[in-house]
Design a protein. Structure first.
Ligand code: SF4
Length: 64
């Protein structure tokens, strides 16, 4: 499972980072970085929560 970010929608508010800090990081320049490419199974629930919590609908998951 991979994370897809719609950079047009992301406003770098860091909500996903709070839900899953192992997978998301917003840097000092307000840019979102993904810390994992393939989401390991132990992070899946946190990442799914981050996707749900994103107020901009900027995150999605793909099985590829
Ligand atoms: S929660 Fe959504 S809008 Fe906020 S930083 Fe994460 S992807 Fe961007």
């Amino acid at each position: 499972m991979k994370i897809v970010v719609d950079e047009e929608r992301c406003e770098a508010n860091g909500i996903c980072m709070r839900a899953a800090p192992e997978a998301f990081r917003v840097d000092d320049d307000d840019r979102l970085h993904l810390l994992v490419t393939d989401v390991p199974s132990e992070l899946r629930a946190k990442v799914e929560r981050a996707v749900r919590d994103c107020p901009r609908g900027a995150l999605s998951l793909t099985e590829r």
